[in-house]
Design a protein around this ligand. Sequence first.
Ligand code: MG
Length: 406
Amino acid sequence: MSTGPRLESVKKNWGADIKSLKIVHIDMDSFFATIEQARHPETNGKCVIAGGTNQGGTLKGVVSSANYLAREFGIKAGMPMAEAKRRCPHAICFPVDMEHYQKISEKAFDIFYNFTPFIEPYSIDEVFLDLSGCQMLFGTIWEAVEKIRNQIYKELGVTCSAGIAENKLVAKLASTQAKPNGQMMVCADAAEEFVQSLPLKAIWGIGPATRKKLENYGIETVKQLADLSLEKLQKIFKTKMGEKIFQAAHGLDSSKLAISEPSKSIGNEETFYTETYNKDEVLSHLLKMTEKTVKRLGEEGFKTRRITVNIKYSDFSRDAASITLKKQVSDSQSIYKVAKSLFEKLYNGKKVRLIGVSLSKLENVKQAGEQKQFSIFEYGYERNERLQNAINLLNKKYNKHLVHYM
Ligand SMILES: [Mg+2]
């Protein structure tokens, strides 16, 4: 559970230059406790704690997560369950059910990936997203974040909070200040003032040991820290660490998102000889890339649930959109249909230089061989899959990409 201090006095809106914003940090609110609350609606409005394991009818161990009502009784993560029970006897306690929390987390990540493929999973309940390319799809970044939070609540019953900023540091600090169930944006022109309004211990990356060292130099606030020169901080700490602390004190953070695809992905992209405005031409390349990718998908024995389309424009700006499907697919007709609709949503009218498609969330399937007879009553995905298997077999047999259908 997040331990950063939340200050009532902190302003909720910082700056007006919304165009400077691209990074979002989302943190689920008291994740484990909120999940328990969602699956036990009778606990609504009550203190809920998730922690420990059930040993002979008693929960032994420590608190993992407490909802905001329980926190008012001083319940904190890491506190022995027995003490939590003493402080808040009427709290409803649940043993930790990691398997279930993991499943909910995966579903939340599916939702994030539907908004952008540029994601850094930070923990089971925290994520960084780069939404710089999503304006065409979901409105302003503020509106996109509202959509994400609403969808998470609607589908999973859990609330989350978000910070929107120019960089990861400020986004993470803002999500803490937005808790619970809120969102806050800090524009680049106000980032420094925002960071300097927080106490030293709120700053991400400044742990107790660093704080102690700074206190020896009489530094107790971020404002005081910001008055120190880079050279001075590099003298107190090592060169790199000193620079990091200096940047943090000024609301700066140059670290990039560690974008990770949780699973293997298969994809192809093509750079055009001649850049083009012609949508039909781009779509024909997208079709070609889809067929090439689906062929590999079949050869490697996978089905996919996530489809991503990448575009690069002549000014070298990039954009991408993905969607996670409820059902696995493996045929080019279904996949192209989705890829085409993603492209239609993404395309902003600029000259296109590159188009690509990639498939992830891959799941192993039994390969051809055991194909059943086609039935005229089968339509949609299953029918398309069988057809695709047959096409893959033919193409393999003749060692060429001979057959395709749309
Ligand atoms: Mg959390």
